[in-house]
Design a protein around this ligand. Structure first.
Ligand SMILES: Nc1nc2c(ncn2[C@@H]2O[C@H](COP(=O)(O)OP(=O)(O)O)[C@@H](O)[C@H]2O)c(=O)[nH]1
Ligand SMILES: [Mg+2]
Length: 367
């Protein structure tokens, strides 16, 4: 399960700068360097200190962190939903993403022009992008409504559910709200909603791009965005993308740390952003630790042991017998799997076990 995040925003807000600082963040393990597949597509590793700690104990051949794909989606301007700019191409790119990283300009700089040449206005920027995505969703919905209404009139049960969902979405979108502001109670409605692949139902993280002085506590612009995002129940974060780009370009870990400390930032923006994205999508990590490799695997919060086994291989899920689980803290405390076993801390869990973040898993299965 690989996570894919799309970076959107108006021109000149700092999308490519953010992309560059993500992409030049040297990967945690040498065998998984950042690789650019296309100029605007990169794979980055998910930072996880636990892997390094475990590797010190296990001495594996390699460390394999989880990965996340990042796409820099350029060309989104006013009128994009009608095909302006790169129009539909970029909307297709967004559709393929699991989450949207919406960058908003929260810095003053006379050398960087805002679209149309007017003063910096993060709220308006956000609205322009939101509106384009909403218009595209309305188009999707109208096309579906005609189709589903016909089927519903002919007595099709599923189509009736779909019509209800479509109408609920249409109502909020027409008020200028995002489709994610609606939620559905029944499984059938949730499924119908999912099948639409709307743009504004995707989880969003608003990233306020501030200047260096505001890196730690934000500024008036970023506070405006935080206030409207809070109203929508959306998450935000503040990042000084240009500064972080400089940090990311430093070769050496100590230099990076020094720079971050000087700014008063404990953790790099890249780390914060990836962790936020994980949180946004309810993603967690379990770990397998052996001589060959210490490896992170991504799963969705609430998944049970067999489902998690299936992340490694479908046979593991089909033939699942039981899982041997070591809590991360126990592994670190006792120092080895053998010591954990001897201390009676290795847990045997069945198919109802809900895997927790950081669990070190060993699956027993039958093929
Ligand atoms: N002063 C300042 N300039 C920035 C900041 N972030 C980006 N820029 C500059 O703004 C310009 C546009 O940035 P870019 O990342 O290309 O924007 P994009 O069009 O959204 O991809 C570039 O010249 C960047 O160096 C920032 O936080 N402060
Ligand atoms: Mg760009």
């Amino acid at each position: 399960m690989s996570l894919k995040c799309g970076i959107v925003g108006l021109p000149n807000v700092g999308k490519s700068t953010l992309f560059n600082c993500l992409s030049s963040a040297k990967a945690q393990a040498a065998n998984f360097p950042f690789c650019t597949i296309e100029p605007n597509l990169g794979t980055i590793t998910v930072p996880d200190e636990r892997l390094n700690k475990l590797a010190e104990l296990v001495n594996p051949g390699r460390i394999v962190p989880a990965t996340c794909e990042i796409v820099d989606i350029a060309g989104l301007v006013k009128g994009a939903s009608r095909g302006e700019g790169l129009g539909n191409k970029f909307l297709g790119n967004i559709r393929e993403c699991d989450a949207i990283i919406h960058v908003v300009r929260c810095f003053d700089d006379d050398n960087v022009v805002r679209e149309g040449g007017s003063a910096v206005n993060p709220i308006e920027d956000k609205e322009i992008i939101d509106t384009e995505l909403q218009l595209k969703d309305l188009e999707t919905i109208d096309a579906q409504l005609t189709k589903q209404q016909k089927a519903a009139n002919a007595g099709n049960k599923e189509a009736k559910v779909a019509v209800k969902v479509l109408e609920a979405y249409k109502a909020v979108l027409e008020q200028g709200k995002n489709a994610r502001s609606v939620s559905f109670d029944s499984k059938e409605e949730q499924q119908a909603a999912h099948n639409l692949f709307l743009l504004t139902t995707k989880p969003v993280l608003y990233v306020c791009n501030v200047d260096e002085q505001s890196a730690v506590s934000g500024n008036d612009y970023s506070r405006q965005i935080e206030a409207v995002a809070a109203n929508e129940g959306a998450e935000t974060m503040t990042i000084a993308a240009k500064t972080e780009e400089e940090i990311a370009s430093l070769e050496n870990y100590e230099d990076k740390k020094l720079f971050l400390d000087e700014l008063g930032l404990g953790e790099s923006g890249v780390n914060r952003l990836i962790n936020k994205a994980y949180h946004l999508l309810d993603l967690q990590t379990f770990i397998t630790a052996g001589e060959m490799e210490v490896k992170a695997w991504t799963f969705r919060k609430g998944w049970k042991a067999p489902q998690c086994a299936g992340v490694i291989h479908t046979d593991f899920e089909k033939g699942f017998i039981r899982a041997e689980v070591i809590k991360y803290s126990d592994y670190v405390e006792y120092g080895s799997e053998t010591a954990v076993r001897e201390a009676g801390k290795l847990r045997i869990e069945g198919k109802e076990y809900v895997v927790e973040d950081g669990d070190i898993m060993h699956f027993r299965f039958n093929v």
